[in-house]
Design a protein around this ligand. Structure first.
Ligand SMILES: Nc1ncnc2c1ncn2[C@@H]1O[C@H](COP(=O)(O)OP(=O)(O)OP(=O)(O)O)[C@@H](O)[C@H]1O
Ligand SMILES: [Mg+2]
Length: 286
């Protein structure tokens, strides 16, 4: 990709719509070969950004979903103990003894997403998504420093694997806890804003092919206003898409009171939010 405009055009071609800020952040991450840390409210398109980037670059997509208790064995690599045991048994049957050097070889190494991304041998580097890094324990972040800084992983028994060409790395976080400065330092950063109504409408237009105008536009504008309320969980793009899908499935063409109230469950996800949004509907319609 030659510049930020190019990034934007190619993402547009796979139906992911970015503003100038995100296009520039992605372009710089690609050009400098640095990981990109994306933050933003739930449903604002962080995960989708990495998937779209892989599609636009026409390169494999590797995903690591983080969760509490995630270990190196699940994220980086693991020794295949069963195969090692089997090898030992076979050797015993031949009255031979295997040494550590026989057992800790690449043959017995099981690649997990990060080592897989480092050792990827295809014509283009893959996109690696490390999704919701804030869900992993904070000690887990330290396991990533070598990889994020040098696109390398050291396996003590074997040595250091360094990527021939660094994978395109996207990390996402919902800010459920603070990330280490050391992790932030190794990444470029971008905060994804919820899109303005016109772009939200265009995203819905692409995601819900059956939906009609002016429903799409009024739904996007309504969501914009709803997001101004003090809600427990402000509706994101995912909710907006669900909502318009629901409205069009019901054959609704105009945002009437009844239509909004009937489909509230797609955009308001707690009892309090339901009440707040319902109230806003009544206040809006004369
Ligand atoms: N800029 C965009 N262009 C097109 N579609 C988008 C865009 N942003 C988000 N979407 C759509 O919105 C939906 C939600 O996005 P996504 O799941 O990536 O959000 P997220 O930020 O990862 O949310 P969470 O924090 O809950 O994981 C997806 O279906 C995605 O396709
Ligand atoms: Mg996500």
């Amino acid at each position: 990709m030659n510049d930020a405009t190019d990034v934007r055009t190619r993402l547009d071609a796979v139906d992911y719509l970015v503003d100038d800020g995100l296009a520039m952040a992605m372009f710089l991450a690609l050009r400098l070969g640095k990981p990109l840390l994306l933050e933003g409210e739930p449903g604002v398109g962080k995960t989708a950004a990495a998937k779209a980037l892989a599609l636009a670059l026409d390169t494999p997509f590797i995903r690591l979903q983080c969760y509490e208790g995630l270990t190196a064995g699940e994220a980086l690599y693991e020794w295949n103990y069963q195969r090692q045991l089997l090898a030992i048994r076979l050797a015993e049957a031949r009255h031979e003894r295997l040494s550590d050097a026989d057992l800790f070889t690449a043959e017995f190494l099981q690649e997990r997403p990060i080592l897989k991304a480092v050792r990827h041998a295809g014509p283009t580097p893959p996109v690696l998504l490390i999704d919701e890094i804030d869900r992993a324990d904070d000690e887990f972040e330290a396991l990533l420093f070598e990889f994020l800084g040098e696109a390398a992983i050291t396996v003590p028994e074997l040595g250091t694997f360094t990527a021939l060409r660094p994978p395109v790395v996207v990390l996402t976080s919902n800010r459920s806890r603070d990330l280490h400065d050391a992790l932030r330092r190794r990444c470029l950063y971008h905060w994804i804003e919820f899109p303005a109504p016109a772009r939200a409408a265009e995203i819905v237009r692409r995601s819900v092919p059956g939906a009609r105008e002016p429903l799409i536009r009024s739904a996007a504008e309504f969501i914009g206003r709803v997001r101004g309320l003090e809600l427990d969980k402000a509706p994101g793009l995912a909710e907006t898409i669900d909502w318009v899908s629901a409205l069009s499935a019901l054959g609704v063409t105009d945002l009437t009171d009844a239509a909004v109230i009937g489909t509230l469950g797609t955009i308001a996800k707690t009892p309090d939010d339901r009440t707040a949004v319902a109230l806003a509907v009544h206040q809006e319609t004369p």
